[in-house]
Design a protein around this ligand. Sequence first.
Ligand SMILES: Nc1ncnc2c1ncn2[C@@H]1O[C@H](COP(=O)(O)OP(=O)(O)OP(=O)(O)O)[C@@H](O)[C@H]1O
Ligand SMILES: [Mg+2]
Length: 309
Amino acid sequence: MSEKKISSSSTAEYFSKNLQQVGFSSQTKAVLTTLKEAVDNALDACEEHELLPEIKVEIERLGSGSIKNSERIRVMVEDNGPGIDADDLPKVFGEYLASSKFGRGRCTRGQQGIGISAATTWAQMTCAQGAKVISKTKAMRKAVSAVIEVDIKNNKGVMKKRETIDWDRAHGTQVEFVFDGRVQVNGEAGLLNYLLGTSLVNPHLTLHYKLPDQENVTIERVSKDVPAIPDATEPHPHTMKLGEFIAHSHLYGRVKVSAWLKKGFSRLGDAVFDEICKNKDFGLNKAFFERNVDQLSNAEFEKLFSAIQ
Ligand SMILES: Nc1ncnc2c1ncn2[C@@H]1O[C@H](COP(=O)(O)OP(=O)(O)OP(=O)(O)O)[C@@H](O)[C@H]1O
Ligand SMILES: [Mg+2]
């Protein structure tokens, strides 16, 4: 018998050891990624609530960092988005794979529930400080301020120093990280390029930014059109593997194959089914599409899957 004991680790433990996989692969990337994750979240939140975004960014050098050749950096991002309920703050900033954007079939900048918790982890690992957050929703008379840390062993957010404060905003979120990194302002991978690119592709954004040793800059929005929320789309079998295709059918219970394909996927309809029936190589006929999907064998699913590919 082997003496080895099998143990398991938490999602947060995995990411804390592999932060390079999610954008923290160098000192300069740490600054850019932290900024981008916070700005992406601000833009997504405004878009979701059909608000014209106004975002303020501050990046400051505070001195030398604890890692060799690093600087201590402060990144602050403030938005006029919907704000976050106080009870959700630990989930948002301190728990991996916690998101409001899973499985909606809709295009958003963020998708995974990883980004901002990774920024918190980097700050915590390099400077022993979590994310400092202020947030206010329309329903709140005052704002909530707190520090959120990641409990890495348990993949849970921990809220500390929670206070109710006055904040002269109707709603919004401000997040601040202090961590070790290096500021690169110019060049293709520089902060300026990112900020200018972001305002270019978001003409409805008013962006205020302050970079180290530079003046405050404001780029006013050039459009007052709030972007339309993209429609959710169903997947297409081209994006799936056989196992996913079969698992997808389980969500629909007892329905006809044709109904499942039409409802559960984009761009599949009678014209496609007719084409498949015409091609004798597939060995599928009209009666096949009238059968109940919960009665298909794996071999039949595979035939159908190949025909649709
Ligand atoms: N500034 C904000 N205002 C309002 N809600 C926010 C804000 N930042 C984050 N959230 C909420 O917190 C959730 C988690 O954010 P997080 O960045 O971890 O994941 P994500 O944006 O869904 O995906 P990704 O990992 O790809 O960034 C978001 O889905 C959103 O609901
Ligand atoms: Mg995000």
